[in-house]
Ligand binder design. Structure first.
Ligand code: LMR
Length: 353
């Protein structure tokens, strides 16, 4: 072997060692930074909520399964973007995943307000049958024009009513009070008007302050949000009304999605499907656990809505179904009613009265 050939061989070996085919260490940490895909996942709730926990689990699994090629950075608690900002941030590429409550899409695609109609669903089973079927597909299709790519529906759970002025048992108890509602949903604003109250749309991150200062008298939310945001500290009256549903749509931007290699897209989709099942179980478990903790705080007087009281609320809220039918679309509404009618009696966990 001549000296020149030896040098060429040495250089070739060095080249392979430093830039070799597999740039990843077994711990997934040694990916060439030029190859790394960073996904910023921004959301508005605490880490110990169904969405917070699922976001972290998704991040860990995707990182493991891509050998570190994808790093998902989770930003909880509105630390990066809050309600009203996160959709713009997604569309402009400042973040790659968000998971807003479906209500917050109402200004982008009004059909999504379907899910805000009070007493539309009796339990999670009914919700999943709608969202995992044709209703969910139609809602996803309504987003196509907006450069967003939907990845999944996650649960939070059913909303309860809380207040500071007195027990909220009958519709007349709402008269003259102001309630915080989620932004972008006219259905939610009208819901409180039907109950004789006023509604103020506020980002989630502002709710605690608004309750503490008395800017609003009450609000509606799930047990996990009421507990993790400590709303109960300023809301001594809680009615277990289960009158509406809070769920999330996990979104990425269509531009970003198309830019990903097919193998990464597949891992993300498979992991998302798996985490979605896990998330739904957590949501149900956490809401039960947080309800117990709220009661144990000793700060809240709990009222369990009776069947008769539910009928009173439903009657007061009935006009919403008529008034929003053209906005939401008869096809979507009728499909939900068809599913509910077809549901075998006794299936699904009934919500407590
Ligand atoms: C709210 O604004 O009350 C909720 O949508 C927050 C959330 O993401 O659960």
């Amino acid at each position: 072997m001549t000296g020149r050939v030896r040098w060429i061989l040495i250089l070739a070996v060095l080249f392979l060692l430093t830039t070799g085919c597999d740039r990843r260490g077994p711990d997934g940490e040694q990916v060439d930074p030029r190859e790394k895909i960073v996904i910023k996942f921004s959301h508005v709730v605490a880490e110990d909520t169904p969405k917070g926990q699922a976001a972290r689990r998704f991040a860990r699994l995707v990182q493991e399964r891509t050998g570190g090629r994808v790093e998902v950075q989770v930003f909880p608690n509105s630390t990066l973007y809050k309600d009203g900002e996160e959709m713009d941030a997604l569309q402009q590429g400042a973040v790659q995943i968000i998971a807003p409550t479906t209500s917050k899409l109402g200004s982008l695609a009004p059909q999504w307000q379907l899910l805000d109609l009070p007493y539309l669903f009796q339990n999670e089973d009914e919700v999943h049958r709608a969202l995992d079927g044709e209703v969910g597909q139609k809602l996803f299709a309504a987003l196509e024009a907006h450069n967003v790519h939907p990845l999944a529906f996650w649960d939070n759970g059913f909303k309860q009513m809380t207040g500071s002025k007195g027990p909220l048992v009958h519709p007349r108890d709402f008269a003259g009070q102001t309630f915080r509602v989620m932004i972008n949903s006219r259905v939610l604003e009208e819901q409180f008007r039907c109950l004789g109250a006023r509604a103020t749309g506020l980002p989630f991150s502002d709710v605690y302050g608004a309750l503490a200062s008395g800017q609003v008298d009450g609000q509606e939310n799930t047990m996990s949000n009421i507990y993790s945001q400590r709303f109960y500290e300023y809301q001594p009256y809680l009615t277990v009304s289960n009158h509406g549903y809070i769920g999330y749509v996990v979104l990425t931007s269509a531009t970003f999605w198309r830019s990903l290699p097919p193998d990464i897209r597949r891992i993300i989709e498979e992991t998302m499907a798996e985490v979605t099942l896990w998330e739904r179980e957590q949501a149900s478990r956490l809401n039960d656990e947080n309800f117990r903790q709220i009661k144990e705080s000793g700060k809240v007087q709990v009222h369990m809505q009776t069947a008769e009281e539910r009928r009173e609320w439903q009657e007061a809220l009935e006009p919403l179904y008529r008034n929003f039918r053209p906005v939401i679309g008869a096809d979507l509404l009728d499909e939900v009613f068809r599913l509910k009618a077809a549901r075998a009696p006794g299936s699904g966990r009934e919500l407590s009265e």
